[in-house]
Write a protein that binds this ligand. Structure first.
Ligand SMILES: [Zn+2]
Length: 276
């Protein structure tokens, strides 16, 4: 009898403090159960309910630095000056965009709502200039970015473990996967896909202590098999590169990203709705 009573007691406690039992993202205020949830989402907390298709610009960066002298046009496209990057951050701040971590956005999408004017800033590869040039600006403006690391590639050109740990604790940077060795996932066999996705997930989780649930496909390349393996391994979303900003809720493994170059009109990218 006593045991049953205890169970009821725990159930009641859990119901009373329902919001506390639910693992909500850091930025999301707890919900007052006296008020209808949709009212809270749309009016008080600047969250919007999303339908099957929604506008979520995901910006993809690589290097924040001047391109090396004599670099080809092809190489230059991966470089953005610190001045231009700061202009972009100012624009996002002035126009009151809500810059979310990739993992935060995925959680909100799964719950059926998003912050108003959402944007995700992503960096692929984990170049060391992220630490020296981008990170100080992200801290200055208190704007978040998600860095997708190649967990197996190590040299002075790439972020080291000390830098990653420092930034991970800052509140403005999270680390997710860009595979282990930057393979063409659509050209290797399934076991290699599993190794690339699985090992990078484990290695980055061990380093940061945080779950790795979002993969940025190297070269933006993926297929059904890649998605199947990613799902099996516990990933929840995948980032492509295909110059669109509208996303579909039923396909979190094909979230579109736009590569930002020095010349990209970012204001247009974040404003434009592909359906218009
Ligand atoms: Zn890459």
């Amino acid at each position: 009898m006593i045991r049953i009573k205890k169970q009821y007691f725990l159930l009641i406690i859990c119901l009373v403090f329902f919001t506390g039992c639910h693992n909500r993202p850091v930025d999301e205020p707890s919900i007052n159960t006296d008020v209808e949830e949709t009212t809270l989402i749309t009016q008080e907390n600047s969250y919007i309910s999303i339908g099957e298709e929604f506008h979520l610009p995901i910006l993809a960066f690589h290097h924040i630095a001047n391109a090396p002298a004599g670099a080809s046009a092809n190489t230059r496209q991966w470089y953005i000056s610190t001045e231009r990057f700061e202009e972009i951050l100012k624009l996002l701040q002035e126009q009151e965009y809500t810059v979310l971590f990739a993992t935060e956005a995925v959680t909100l999408i799964k719950e059926g709502h998003l912050s108003e004017k959402p944007v995700i800033i992503t960096f692929d590869d984990g170049a060391v200039d992220f630490y020296t040039n981008a990170y100080p600006l992200l801290k200055k403006y208190n704007i978040k970015a998600t860095v997708h690391l190649m967990s197996g590639v190590k040299s002075k050109a790439w972020l080291n473990e000390t830098q990653i740990k420092e930034m991970n604790g800052s509140g403005v940077v999270e680390f997710q996967s860009h595979t282990q060795y930057h393979e063409y996932l659509t050209r290797v066999d399934k076991e290699d896909v599993r190794r690339e996705l699985g090992n990078s997930k484990k290695q980055i989780e061990k380093l940061t202590g945080d779950p790795v649930t979002v993969i940025a496909y190297p070269f933006g390349l993926y297929n059904d098999e890649v998605i199947e393996v990613a799902r099996e391994l516990g990933y929840e979303a995948g980032f492509t590169i295909d110059r669109k900003t509208n996303q579909k809720i039923d396909n979190l493994f094909q979230l579109h990203r736009v590569i930002i170059t020095e010349q990209t009109n970012v204001e247009k990218i974040i404003t434009i709705d592909d359906k218009q």
